[in-house]
Design a protein around this ligand. Structure first.
Ligand code: UT7
Length: 322
């Protein structure tokens, strides 16, 4: 049988500080009512000075290893998705590797904005299937609070900070049908100006802040996410009725609810964290996974579909038997 990779554990980390909508409404022209009605967001976690991409990523990774019952000696690859690395290089993945005391294998960062975790999971699946790695930490870690234009009410109310991680290893006979069934990645660079960060270390003349055409991104999100989930199901000969859990990217409650309706899923089978975490970009899917596995909703044997869409434009899905 072909080698299959398994998600053996998941974990998350959220900054200590919580900022409510009311708190934001004291500094910009917004209201708790507008934010909740248009997005479902009630609050977000905001990183303190020491809560960096690598710091939070290492803590989420350690939690994923603990959940899997695995030690750092089992890790031979670290793949970290972020749009907010601490440095241009070394990769934040390698800062995490060093912080966890891992001295073998390889690591790199993935830049795919909010789709980053799905992209990183696809890379982990590929390196495990081809035998290049036997224990992969897949991490999404983001500090979007540092790239926000805090005077732009159209974007600054939407995002939060945090990190989530999964530990991926080859399946064994004892895993049965468990595993990553397939991943599906897409990108369309011609849509890059709908959501971007204006500058980086190579363009210090720019603001370095996030810019978004929310209405247009919303329109693409609903259509493209529904299509990429159906693509994953069709690739495995499965249908909507086979899904136990939808773990969607947490950008907007209205997009999440539209996805649930398109997939004929009752809201009890959709994992939602956007109300408490807001949009944590590449961290949103693994944070939601960690929450739903941690509280016992997602159980062994459940079929979980994950999806995300973000700047690039990038989008993708992963179908996983837990
Ligand atoms: O993670 C990457 C993917 N990102 C997404 O999926 C985000 C997709 N987009 C969205 O979630 C929504 O488009 C937003 C939440 C960003 C905006 O919601 P919307 O219903 O599309 O609102 P809008 O941009 O059409 O704005 C409606 C009104 C505008 O006022 P006028 O022009 O109608 O007078 C905005 O100026 O709401 C105003 N507005 C606000 N009002 C109070 C925009 N932001 C705010 C705010 N508070 N924070």
């Amino acid at each position: 049988m072909a080698r299959r990779s398994v998600i053996a554990g998941v974990g998350g980390y959220l900054p200590k500080r919580i900022v409510t909508n009311d708190e934001l409404s004291r500094t910009i022209a917004t209201t708790d009512e507008w934010i909740q009605e248009r997005t479902g967001i009630k609050q977000r976690h905001i990183a303190g000075p020491t809560e960096t991409c690598a710091f939070m990523g290492a803590r989420a990774a350690a939690a994923a290893l603990a959940h899997a019952g695995a030690g750092t000696e089992e890790v031979d690859a670290v793949i970290l998705a972020t749009a907010t690395p601490d440095q241009a290089f070394p990769a934040s993945a390698l800062r995490v590797q060093a912080e966890l005391g891992i001295t073998r294998g390889f690591g790199f960062d993935v830049s795919a904005a909010c789709s980053g975790f799905i992209y990183a999971l696809a890379m982990a699946d590929a390196v495990v299937r081809t035998g290049q790695a036997t224990g992969v930490l897949v991490i999404g870690s983001e500090v979007y609070s540092r790239i926000m234009n805090w005077a732009d009410r159209g974007t600054c109310v939407l995002f939060g900070d945090g990190a989530g991680a999964a530990f991926v290893r080859p399946g064994t006979d004892r895993d049965g049908a468990r595993g990553i069934l397939s991943t599906h990645l897409h990108a369309q660079g011609t849509l890059g100006d709908l959501l971007y960060v204006d500058g980086a270390v190579g363009r210090p003349d720019r603001s370095g802040q996030l810019v978004m055409n929310g209405r247009e991104v919303f329109r693409h999100a609903v259509a493209k996410l529904a299509a990429v989930v159906d693509e994953a199901l069709a690739a495995n000969g499965l249908g909507h009725a086979d899904i136990d859990w939808l773990v969607p990217h947490q950008a907007n409650r209205r997009i999440i609810d539209a996805m649930g309706r398109k997939l004929d899923l009752p809201s009890e089978q959709v994992v939602v964290t956007v109300d408490r975490h807001a949009n944590t970009s590449a961290a949103s899917v693994p944070l939601a996974l960690a929450e739903a596995c941690g509280d016992g909703r997602i159980k062994r044997g459940d079929l979980v579909v994950m999806e995300a869409l973000g700047g690039g434009m990038t989008w993708g899905s992963a179908l996983v038997r837990f």
